[in-house]
Design a protein around this ligand. Structure first.
Ligand code: MN
Length: 246
C-alpha cells in the first residue's frame, strides 16, 4: 500500500490537477485489469490433501515443499504462459487438454505436453499418496486387488515390476499403472509425458525425476521407491480404476 506523507501529498497535488482528476479513473482501470487477470488466470496449483510433513519419513517436508511449491507451481505458471490468449484452452480441464493435444496449436504443443503434463501428473501424484495409517500404505482391496493379481500374478510381483519400470527409466520420467485393453499394464514414459497423450488413463504414477527424491535419498532411486510404497493411497487408486473402467 502506498502511503504518502502530508508533504509528499502536497507535492503530488502541485504536480497538477490533471493527475488528481485521473487518479480515481486510474484506480478503477487497475481494478478492472486485476479482475480480468484473475478471470483469465487459467490453471492454478491445487492444495495438497495433507500437511507437507505428512509423508515423512518416506518423503520429507522439505522435498514436499520444494516439489509442490516450486516444481509443480512452475509447470502451472509455464502452462498459463504458453496458453496466453487461448481462452478456450485455458478453460479446459488439464486432462482434457492432454487427451486432445492434437487441437493445441503446433507452435505451443510441446510446451503444453511438458507443462500441462507436469501439472496433470503432479496433481495425480499428490492424490495417490497419503500418510501411513491415514489411507497410506498397505495393499489394494476389492476389484483393483483382483485386477492386479490377474495382470501380475501377485501384489508383490506387481510392486517389483512397477519398481523396475521406475528404475529403468533413464533420466527423468514416471512409472505408470494404466488399465489396458484387457488388463492392467505398467508403462514408463520420459519427462512429463502423460499417458493421457496416448489415450490411456493413469490410475497410479510414480515420479522418478531427481527432484522427487534427491534431497531425501541422494543418488538412490531404489531406496526412494522402496519407501514410497508406505504412502500409496490405494483407495484413491481404486476409485480411479473404477472410473477408468467406466
Ligand atoms: Mn516432480
Amino acid at each position: 500500500m502506498l502511503r504518502l506523507s502530508r508533504r509528499q501529498l502536497l507535492k503530488v497535488a502541485g504536480a497538477g490537477a490533471a493527475t488528481l482528476a485521473l487518479a480515481p479513473l486510474a484506480r478503477f482501470a487497475v481494478r478492472a485489469e486485476e479482475k480480468k487477470a484473475a478471470a483469465a488466470a487459467g490453471f492454478t496449483l491445487p492444495t495438497l490433501p495433507y500437511d507437507y510433513g505428512a509423508l515423512d519419513p518416506s518423503i520429507s517436508r522439505k522435498t514436499m515443499d520444494l516439489h509442490h511449491n516450486k516444481h509443480h507451481q512452475a509447470y502451472v505458471t509455464n502452462l498459463n504462459k504458453a496458453l496466453e490468449g487461448q481462452d478456450d484452452l485455458l478453460k479446459m480441464p488439464v486432462d482434457d487438454l492432454l487427451r486432445n493435444i492434437d487441437k493445441v496449436p503446433e507452435r505451443i504443443r510441446q510446451a503444453v505436453i511438458n507443462n500441462g503434463g507436469g501439472h496433470a501428473n503432479h496433481s495425480l501424484f499428490w492424490q495417490v499418496m497419503a500418510a501411513p495409517g491415514k489411507k497410506g500404505g498397505g495393499e489394494p482391496k476389492g476389484d483393483l486387488a483382483k485386477a492386479i493379481d490377474t495382470a501380475f500374478d501377485s501384489f508383490d510381483k506387481f510392486k517389483q515390476a512397477f519398481a523396475d519400470a521406475g528404475m529403468k527409466r533413464f533420466g527423468s520420467g514416471w512409472a505408470w499403472l494404466v488399465p489396458g485393453k484387457e488388463k492392467l499394464e505398467i508403462i514408463s514414459l520420459p519427462n512429463q509425458d502423460s499417458p493421457l497423450l496416448k489415450g490411456q488413463t493413469p490410475i497410479l504414477g510414480l515420479d522418478v525425476w531427481e527432484h522427487a527424491y534427491y534431497v531425501d535419498y541422494p543418488a538412490d532411486r531404489a531406496a526412494y521407491i522402496a519407501k514410497w510404497w508406505n504412502v500409496v493411497n490405494w483407495s484413491n487408486v481404486a476409485e480411479r480404476y473404477s472410473k477408468a473402467k467406466g
